[in-house]
Design a protein around this ligand. Structure first.
Ligand code: SF4
Ligand code: SF4
Length: 204
């Protein structure tokens, strides 16, 4: 399920994400979170930079902090896993129409990238993850997560998605005793979405 609002954090300075990582760490370590989401929204002028209103910015920021905290708490267990998969969102493909040469395998269900565009995020992520031994899936929706996990039985999963989808998929992974790490979209909207490839590489 997408957010009811669209956002684009791709032009926000990297320091913003370092702050989120720091606060997520504090939260994950059960320390008192010293800075509130509202403090960060003011500090990084998030409303001006994104056009979000304050309540939307708070929802987004709290989700990003929660995601970082969960990643941290799960990291050690994830590092012990052997059989891993990467789940990518179909909305980050360079093309969402017939210009995308991916094949859709309905039995999984997943798109299989055919690397038609060197600057496509899905192409870059797929190549990086396969080199590291991951099986890669490009999902048309969050409901595919449980279907694939029932068929393939992975021990660890890295998932890229918007915060709402990450939360839903996190519950699925928990229910199936699969260890997960999440990488958030920094621009949503269900088409031409963006995630940070360096963040993904560090997570893999
Ligand atoms: S590189 Fe892959 S995902 Fe991207 S447009 Fe081409 S086939 Fe589709
Ligand atoms: S932004 Fe992408 S991951 Fe999020 S709901 Fe839309 S299609 Fe799914």
């Amino acid at each position: 399920m997408p957010y009811k609002f669209t956002f684009d954090l791709s032009r926000i300075p990297r320091f913003f994400f370092m702050e989120i990582a720091r606060i997520g760490y504090e939260k994950g370590m059960h320390k008192r979170v010293s800075k509130t989401a509202q403090d960060m929204i003011r500090k990084f002028k998030l409303e001006e930079a994104t056009g979000l209103d304050i309540s939307e910015a708070v929802v987004l920021l709290e989700d990003l902090i929660e995601l970082q905290a969960r990643n941290l708490m799960e990291r050690e267990r994830f590092m012990q896993t052997q059989k891993r998969a990467l789940f990518l969102p179909h909305c980050s493909r360079k093309h969402m129409d017939s210009h995308c040469h991916a094949i859709f395998d309905s039995s999984l269900p997943s798109y299989l990238c055919r690397h038609c565009s060197p600057d496509c995020l899905i192409n870059r992520a797929t190549t990086l993850a396969e080199k590291k031994g991951y099986d890669v899936y490009v999902l048309p929706g969050g409901s595919c997560v449980s279907k694939i996990l029932r068929i393939k039985r992975y021990e660890g999963v890295v998932g890229v998605a918007c915060g709402e989808e990450v939360k839903l998929s996190g519950e699925v992974l928990k229910g199936m005793d699969v260890s997960g790490q999440a990488v958030p979209l920094i621009k949503n909207g269900c088409a031409n979405t963006i995630f940070n490839v360096e963040t993904l590489l560090a997570t893999l």
